[in-house]
Design a protein around this ligand. Sequence first.
Ligand SMILES: Cc1cc2nc3c(=O)[nH]c(=O)nc-3n(C[C@H](O)[C@H](O)[C@H](O)COP(=O)(O)O)c2cc1C
Length: 329
Amino acid sequence: MAMTNFDSRVFLAPMAGITDKPFRRLVASFGKGNIVSEMVAVNALTRQNRKTWRIADVRDEPYPVIVQLVGGEPELFAEAARVAAELGAGGLDINMGCPVRKIVNNNSGAYLMTDMPRAAKIIETTVRATSLPVSVKFRKGWDHEHVNAVDFARMCEESGAVRITVHGRTRSDFYAGRADWEIIGEVKNAVKIPVVANGDITDGPTAAAALAATGADGVMIGRAALGAPWAVADIDRYLQTGVLPPVKTTVEIMQVLLAHLDGLEEYYGSRTALSLSRKYVCWYCRGLREAKRFREHYVRLTGLAEARTAVKEYFGGLSAGEANGGEER
Ligand SMILES: Cc1cc2nc3c(=O)[nH]c(=O)nc-3n(C[C@H](O)[C@H](O)[C@H](O)COP(=O)(O)O)c2cc1C
């Protein structure tokens, strides 16, 4: 079964505040992989909130983007699905795993794992409203006393989801501890639709291990892509060829970071780009020599031109081959 737009088994995870247009473009520039947007609130989308519309607008991206919707009112999903389609979505994903209190208190995200009738209604409403493929992303359960991923997966399938992604942690785990791949295997055995494994997949070998352990059809990569927009394509290539990519040199990392800064500036303007770049810069220099000193310097910079110079000086001053394996990674 063709599972994805790209015929790749690797997915970039939706990450609020991270997988925006500049980041998605960068990820796609490295090769194959399925790209998911940040989550988009259905109530804001249907109220024609300009900021939310801009977040959901993927029309000018030269590859299909799966737009992730988050919300708790089933009736809003029909209109949201239509708007997202107009704004260029190549597929829709419904967030039923977000653990954040603000989301959960709105009958959204991981809350929906505790309210299967509502979750089913949301999926059915969305599927009925659009011809786009509708997928669902959820967790192992609400907490360790309420592990219901298998039942939840069956409900998603019955409600018309074409694919599910399972993050092997409960809501109460947030991001702590190790992701449980066993439960993903149980889900895989319980449904016929493709299952994507998520949680603690960091590179080609861990992706291959997750596929072997779970029998899943695909893998989704979140935090491992922070400061490493090449990770999705590298993992895709590894799964196809078994070849590990060469470790990026510091010069290559610098070039990617500079391209990221350009993308941020183009999309957000220079002020916002500078402030957003602070978190990205921290990730790009993870594990490198004197990273801490550089980060401290970077966060005090007040202009993007200075920021570019600082990046060139720092990365240019590191000798080739210093990336990865450092003490802080
Ligand atoms: C900063 C951040 C933002 C996230 N935002 C979303 C989101 O908008 N929607 C969602 O379904 N999951 C979100 N997640 C969860 C990830 O998609 C993924 O399920 C989780 O990070 C586990 O995968 P990993 O171990 O590969 O990071 C977010 C995670 C992080 C770290």
